[in-house]
Write a protein that binds this ligand. Sequence first.
Ligand SMILES: [Zn+2]
Length: 524
Amino acid sequence: MTADRSVLPRQCRGQAGMPHEAPHTAPPCCAGPDRENHSGKDSTGSDAGSDAEGQRNQAVFTPDGLTARAMGISCAAACNPACSDPELRRLLTASGISAWQTDRLREVLALAAEASPYYRQALQGVDPASISARGGLHRLPLLHADVLRRAPLSLLCTSQDDVARVVTLDTSGTSGRPKRLFFSEEDLNATVEFFSWGMLSVGHPGDTVLAVLPGERPASVGRLLGTALENAGMRSVAGNMGQGAPALARLAHTEKAAVIVGSASHVRHLALAWQQAGYDPGSIHTVLLCWDSVPPAVAGLIRRIFGCRVLVHWGMTETGLGGALGCGHQGLHLREADLLAEVIDPVTGTPLPDGQEGELVITTLRRRTMPLIRYRTGDLARLLAGACPCGSPLRRISPGRGRTGEGITLPDGGSLYPADLDNILLPLAGLHDFEACWQPWAGTPLQITLYPAPAAGTDRTLRQQAEKALADSPLPAALTRHGGTMFHVARTAPQAGFGKRRIRVIPQGTPPLNSGESYHEQLP
Ligand SMILES: [Zn+2]
């Protein structure tokens, strides 16, 4: 697959700033983004609270311009991401976006009902004209991930010749079959375009960006981001956690990275190594956290070490990798040119009002090869009501603690998610990483293996710190009541891959773990 490198409009590429050009030769209409306005203390994009108030970035949130362009709106900001054209505020409105989404939605419904064997049956009797982006969606059936495992080809609306990339997602599910998704060249280019414009809200032309993301396969997120950065006039440096955090920190330092992109857990490792190496804070102005959940305490640690702002991106393969991007205020702005989002009750499937947490459901609006209509993402989130202080009319989501089914159910009915433990334990500087497993049928249901950082103190000190952090946390008391938590310290940390963090549930019948012993699942 070769992604189109001309995703920024040709007439804009000069203004967007290629690597050797003056980065901000914006057209006369533009004030240009306020490059100096990095507060150094933006929000994490989660509900940790927005502390960017009073230090607002006056520049247009660049995905706004991209949305305007997709909608055929003619204004300078729809041509040039570096442009703060005030016309955009007048022309791009929430109601306009909603009306445009309704038109795209009806087109997708008509196409799917005609061309896809699955949707032909699922959408029988549905009149697209009776459905709009903000009304009647509940009359459409929900699409379960299981269809992507059992019969992904039945969702295709075009010939298989149009498929440029097949993504096979191995999941921790028990079905045994991976999910399969099919993307056309056009779909991949749309992702590159979203990344390009999005990164121009994160960094600036001329910046070097260190991306710690999977990038080995063609059209993987790392490769697509690399192309997007090049198109945006930024320099891309690829990093891999396999190199080790000290080597990555050295790489960021020698390459003079201004932006780091990666998961919260990986960037935390990098930040601690950066600190230990004694590198000066200040050269990195923004960290973009993505890929996995972002515990506020980890975002805070990263922000403190680098003295930078921390932004968040949410996305998944099913959304075409790009999904929603934080602007520095509360929540993440959705990629509304491509996605229609809803939140439902994960048990009943009933739509939930804005502000209420549930399962995020998405409908793709411009994909023709394999459209997803009311796809249950499994991710917990809520839609935020009201306007964002940044001025963007794009709706916002606030990601929840994780995915449905990812948390463990506590004896009192409460729940515990991997992100909860990350939030409690990962701020400990002496901790390299940890693993948690849950065996509710045993005397000690939660066992946590601590892996000390190289320069950590004694095992005993680390264990005491972890015990105190857990005791001071708002974790449900039931966890403590039901046998408590056992900590032990191990010296050999597992290789940090790109797998999502989770709490391992050990099946009944497995002998209880002893201190220092790890549990390894048997793979089928
Ligand atoms: Zn905003």
